[in-house]
Design a protein around this ligand. Structure first.
Ligand SMILES: CC(C)(COP(=O)(O)OP(=O)(O)OC[C@H]1O[C@@H](n2cnc3c(N)ncnc32)[C@H](O)[C@@H]1OP(=O)(O)O)[C@@H](O)C(=O)NCCC(=O)NCCS
Length: 315
């Protein structure tokens, strides 16, 4: 059985919105493979280390192990279990048990539920969901004209001068999401975020919208082209040319009264009118607000990131 062909056939059956995966390099020293009568699994183990002061350090542990996975056949779960065990054995030799700045991650199609038990039985939990909202059919072509009134405030396009305020709000989102072990608070995050917004707002000035009350910004939505999305290692979509909703955040004072839904609808109307065929985003599975909110906004899971953090559990 050719694992890549089998993998792509299986994946298409579960989710036609995912792109076919390329073949893995079987000559790679980090290549793992297991085959039995009912299924097959292969993977290449990858590793990246980050300095605590680097901008990427906030996106998880400092030492990140990933398995680029392919599965094929009617029942690939036992084969998957075998390559997971080989991979984890290798990690046990490299990582300190209990080190929360080490992680092991695997991205799988959300709908391939046959793989779940092989992961949970080895201590992985669902960490992040990548969700997609295809552009609804029959969308009106006219974009809302900004600024636009919203619940006594106004929504306008962000400017470079908003970068420090956006950096500060994003640091609060980071602190919130850090509860879920998907990201990590690091010193200086707000300043690094502000710097990133400064350059993004210069490069793409019309893809960030703020909710403004007199004298302050109380929320924002920030998107960028999916092709420039900051998430390495995830599974690609079959379609291209969409937008990635990087952040939506509202101050506590704005939450729970429908403002978020209305703000999101404004952003969607702008994106739909721009012809973006889909919008993607990621959220933490354990964030109790995220799943319900984004599902109501028209998103559905496409890729689930499973994580063990620490990579080697303390015994
Ligand atoms: C997630 C977030 C953007 C949603 O915005 P929001 O304004 O709180 O969302 P809404 O008010 O539209 O919807 C949230 C709740 O308000 C309720 N609601 C909606 N309209 C309402 C109205 N007119 N009156 C009263 N309640 C209303 C909704 O039913 C929902 O209630 P439920 O969760 O109990 O079912 C915002 O809460 C936020 O920024 N949170 C912090 C960051 C975060 O957790 N982000 C997760 C997404 S990655």
């Amino acid at each position: 059985m050719d694992i890549t062909i089998g993998h792509n056939a299986r994946q298409r059956r579960f989710d036609p919105l995912l792109a076919d995966a390329p073949a893995l390099d079987a000559a790679d020293p980090a290549y793992l493979e297991a085959v039995d009568e009912r299924g097959a699994a292969a993977g290449v183990a990858r590793f990246a280390a980050f300095d605590a002061a680097s901008p990427d350090a906030v996106w998880g542990a400092l030492r990140r192990h990933e398995l680029d996975l392919r599965v094929a056949g009617e029942d690939p779960a036992p084969a998957l279990g075998r390559i997971l065990d080989q991979w984890l054995q290798g990690l046990a030799e490299r990582e300190r048990p209990g080190d929360a700045d080490s992680s092991a991650r695997v991205n799988v199609p959300s709908r391939d539920i046959a793989l779940v038990r092989a992961l949970t039985e080895r201590g992985f939990s669902p960490n992040g969901i990548r969700a997609v909202r295809p552009r609804p059919r029959g969308t009106a072509a006219a974009a809302p004209v900004l600024p636009i009134a919203l619940d006594g405030g106004r929504v306008r396009i962000a400017t470079v001068d908003d970068a420090p305020a956006l950096g500060a709000l994003d640091a609060r989102l980071l602190a919130l999401d850090a509860h879920f072990a998907s990201v990590t608070e690091r010193p200086g995050a707000a300043g690094m975020f502000a710097e990133a917004y400064r350059s993004r707002l210069r490069a793409a000035p019309d893809t960030t919208w703020v909710l403004e009350r007199p004298g302050r910004i109380t929320g924002f939505v920030h998107v960028m082209p999916d092709a420039a999305s900051p998430e390495p290692g995830t599974l690609a979509l079959a379609d291209s040319g969409g937008q990635y909703l990087v952040v939506m955040y509202l101050d506590e004072s704005e939450r729970g009264s429908g403002t978020g839904a209305a703000f999101c609808e404004i952003a969607h109307a702008l994106l739909d009118a721009s012809g973006s065929p889909y919008t993607l985003l990621s959220y933490a599975v354990a964030n109790p607000r995220s799943g319900p909110f984004w599902s109501r906004m028209g998103y559905r899971p496409i890729v689930t990131e499973w994580q063990r953090r620490p990579a080697v559990l303390a015994v």
